[in-house]
Design a protein around this ligand. Structure first.
Ligand code: NAD
Length: 260
């Protein structure tokens, strides 16, 4: 049990990658906080984990809402007394060429990915510093933290920004034994990706099959999707690696798409 009795908050954990990470952490003994927009969705995930004998708490948290983030983290502390791991994972995607992208969509993307990462980090750091035990902060980046694609200006901007935030958190956090790292997956079949296949097909004027083969997987070296399990394994590595040797880093889990 690599995370026995550790308390881990995972944002956006009612679906996709976040859910897989929460499940992985729970099987490794963590007390897992399922933080998501809708309490009912979060509770469904938490309940199924409790039914499997794990310790899980659902928290309603829009990561762009300062008050909800503060209250959500306070609820975690009042329930479990501490927080050891934050996975800032909540995210959405917007597909649009820049010339027709509404400012509101741009701001929404930056708010969810960057304000959300900042607010959850700030609130967790307060307790991680106070406890004297340190902790691990993990950001869900993307290959788009390193590389650009058409139609994804705010996403690429936000995902690049997470690398900068991570490096600052690593530098500020080190004296408190707080580590920060970024996971950079390629495409993973989750609701976020399933939604953009028809959208990209329309915008690019190609078939949905071609979106998968000629856009999403074209730069991988084996034409394969990354899986939620692959990403959860890296999230487990970052959460359980108990040394300050591994901080301020980003790892690509991308079937060879973008090598550095
Ligand atoms: P998903 O749509 O399956 O899950 C996203 C979750 O985030 C949902 O449960 C949603 O309710 C939640 N969420 C959205 N806005 C929120 C907010 N304001 N506050 C709290 N929760 C919110 O998507 P996913 O594919 O699992 O994506 C998770 C993360 O992984 C995102 O940051 C995404 O950018 C990143 N990512 C995904 C892929 C991929 O191919 N799926 C690749 C690289 C990175």
């Amino acid at each position: 049990m690599l995370l026995k009795d550790k308390v881990a908050i995972v944002t956006g954990a009612a679906s996709g990658i976040g859910k897989a990470i929460a499940e992985k952490y729970a099987t490794e003994g963590a007390k897992v906080v399922i933080a998501d927009l809708d309490l009912k969705d979060a509770e469904l995930t938490a309940k199924s984990m409790r039914n499997n004998g794990h310790d899980a708490l659902a928290v309603a948290m829009d990561v762009t809402n300062e008050d909800q983030v503060i209250k959500g983290v306070e609820k975690v502390i009042s329930t479990y007394d501490t927080v050891d791991v934050l996975v800032s994972n909540a995210g959405i995607q917007v597909i649009s060429p820049i010339e027709s992208l509404p400012l509101a969509k741009w701001k929404q993307m930056l708010a969810i990915h960057l304000d959300g990462a900042f607010l959850t980090t700030r609130e967790c750091l307060k307790y991680m510093y106070k406890s004297g035990k340190g902790g691990s902060i993990i950001y869900m980046g993307s290959v788009h933290s390193k590389e650009a694609s058409v139609l994804k200006a705010p996403y690429v901007t936000a995902k690049h920004g997470l690398i900068g935030l991570c490096k600052v958190v690593a530098k500020e956090g080190i004296k408190h034994n707080v580590r920060a790292n970024v996971i950079c997956p390629s495409f993973v079949r989750t609701p976020l990706v399933d939604k953009q296949i028809p959208e990209q097909a329309k915008d690019l004027g190609i078939s949905e099959d071609d979106v998968v083969k000629k856009v999403m997987l074209k730069d991988t070296i084996d034409g394969e999707f990354t899986t939620t399990e692959d990403v959860a394994d890296i999230a487990l590595l970052f959460a359980s690696f108990d040394s300050n040797a591994l901080t301020g880093q980003s790892i690509l889990v991308s079937h060879g798409w973008f090598m550095q």
